[in-house]
Write a protein that binds this ligand. Structure first.
Ligand code: 0RQ
Length: 482
């Protein structure tokens, strides 16, 4: 049926589980049609808002369109859409920011309420009714299993050669009936290549032909190249010390330009036979796979620029032997991350001198995107690395502060902080030792005197000398101070 007819089947107040993860695999037509319907209802003075649950961020035609018409009552779990962000920060939309690996199990536990509709993009419907996923899996398996009704968008813009790349695990259970997740190497396949789908629940099938979001990256600059350089040097050092094998351990790489630059650095670095156990596979990692530097990559989503998408689509048969796409509860599963010994590399907004990290909030109150999978990986990784330019907003704000204004990753989950000025290796250090290394190695030189002055006075005047702080001035640096 048409997208408008399908959208007419979603009622006010429904919780809708939509496909989509970092701009890939989201439904392309029904959300926009739904936004039109919501706008018309509002114009008639009727209430119409829905709950939107996804894998992660989507695209303007989903998050943007629905936020613009004030159609979203509650959003979860990760978003990066400017209009959605504005609505959340204006207090006009509720937002629940949870670890990506928790979302599916929270739905199975019943923690998030009832899921009314699943709205899922797929590549194809097979004769037996099973569904070939598109370029992300996210929480789609759970949405299909848990929702009362299902709307399917079949995107003929997706290559049917995608069939076989996915691994949909059906072995999850509720406690106390859980069993070990049987992944012992990043490429292990433990599930099925398609989604099961009860045809009795399908209320609409809509045909589309549309590309994913074009997730382009800025060309590497001096800052991101310097950060990548410090990380490569550190990894080489760990290999020489016998703490990493020559082919390293499986890599997780977060979103954004710096993460992409680190992948570009690996392309020209000394390591080969690399693997990845990550959630998002971006352009830089695709290059590593295509060049043969990386032999295997496991993820839940492919998030590419338009150029990389063309390269991927051309080479898909070959890439299918090297890339596995999984459900996000498995791509981000703490048990598997811990077992494999993943090297986690994520971005941050600010870190404090003791190593607590804020990945989500500007000045403690304004949400940027969300924690995404960074916590799943940081807490359970073999090496937990956070990387950032040392300053923001043209050098006026220090990314290293006395005390973070919001905590996503506590000092216990953060081992290494890297900026363009250097790398702070915090492993085995006490809080005061950590502060000296963070200020000395990672802070921008122009902010070091202010940070050192704060730390020195805190060491003298703080009532407790374990994690010295001056609580009445800890946040003063958030307002530019030089
Ligand atoms: O805003 O573009 O308006 O200037 O924050 O900062 O430096 O472009 O960095 O794109 O790498 O994003 C933490 C947000 C970093 C990201 C975060 C402003 C800065 C800019 C973005 P402007 P950059 P990146 C896997 C793992 C959480 C989820 C995660 C993220 C904007 O990495 O969302 O890791 N992480 N998931 O100017 C004021 C500061 C600031 C600041 C930065 N201290 N004060 N503004 N900015 N620092 C993926 C998934 O989970 C799906």
């Amino acid at each position: 049926m048409s997208a408008d007819d399908a959208a007419a089947l979603v009622p006010h107040g429904a919780n809708v589980g939509m496909s989509g993860f970092t701009g890939s695999g989201h439904p392309k037509a029904v959300p926009t049609a739904l936004a039109r319907r919501i706008e018309q209802a509002h114009a008639r003075g009727e209430q119409f808002r829905i709950g939107v649950w996804t894998g992660a961020s989507t695209a303007p035609e989903l998050d943007g369109a629905l936020a613009k018409v004030n159609g979203v009552e509650l959003r979860l779990p990760y978003q990066s859409d400017p209009i959605t962000r504005e609505r959340i920060n204006a207090g006009a939309m509720e937002y629940v920011d949870i670890h990506l690996s928790h979302v599916a199990q929270f739905v199975w536990f019943g923690f998030l309420g009832h899921l009314d509709v699943a709205l899922i993009e797929v590549t194809a419907i097979l004769p037996d009714g099973s569904l070939v996923p598109s370029k992300s899996i996210g929480n789609n398996k759970t949405w299909l299993d848990q929702a009362d009704r299902i709307i399917i968008e079949v995107n003929s813009g997706m290559s049917t050669a995608l069939q076989g790349m996915h691994d949909v695990y059906y072995g999850t259970r509720l406690p106390p009936h859980r069993k070990p997740i049987p992944i012992i190497a990043p490429g292990d396949r433990i599930g099925e290549t398609t989604f099961r789908c009860d045809p009795a629940k399908v209320i609409a099938v809509v045909e589309t032909n549309a590309p994913d979001r074009d997730t382009s990256f800025a060309a590497s600059d001096e800052t991101s190249e310097a950060i990548a350089g410090h990380i490569l040097e550190f990894l080489g050092h760990e290999v020489r010390r016998g703490r990493l094998p020559p082919e390293l351990l499986p890599i997780q790489s977060g979103v954004g330009n710096v993460a992409n630059a680190v992948m570009a650095g690996l392309e020209n670095g000394p390591f080969s036979g690399l693997t990845a156990y990550t959630e998002v596979l971006q352009d830089g990692m695709l290059n590593l796979v295509r060049s043969g530097r990386m032999v295997l990559a496991s993820a839940t989503a492919l998030s590419f620029s338009a150029d990389a998408t063309r390269q991927f689509d051309r080479d898909i048969e070959n890439l299918k032997t090297k890339i596995v796409l999984r459900t996000q509860e498995i791509s981000n599963h703490p048990e598997v991350i811990r077992r494999l010994g993943v090297i986690a590399m994520n971005g941050l907004i600010e870190a404090d001198i003791y190593g607590n990290v804020n990945s989500t909030h500007i000045r403690g109150t304004t949400i940027m995107n969300g924690i995404g999978g960074s916590g799943d990986f940081a807490r359970n990784a073999y090496l937990s690395i956070f990387m950032t330019p040392s300053t923001a907003k043209g050098g006026s704000i220090s990314a290293i502060v006395p005390m973070v204004t919001h905590v996503d990753h506590t000092e216990h989950d953060v081992q290494i902080i890297v900026t363009e000025h250097g790398l702070a290796d915090l492993r085995g250090l006490s809080p005061k030792q950590r502060a000296a290394v963070v200020i000395g190695n990672a802070a921008h030189p122009s902010f070091r005197p202010a940070l050192k002055d704060y730390f020195d006075r805190a060491c003298r005047l703080s009532p407790g000398k374990h994690t010295p702080h001056l609580l009445d001035e800890a946040f003063r640096m958030v307002n530019p101070l030089r």
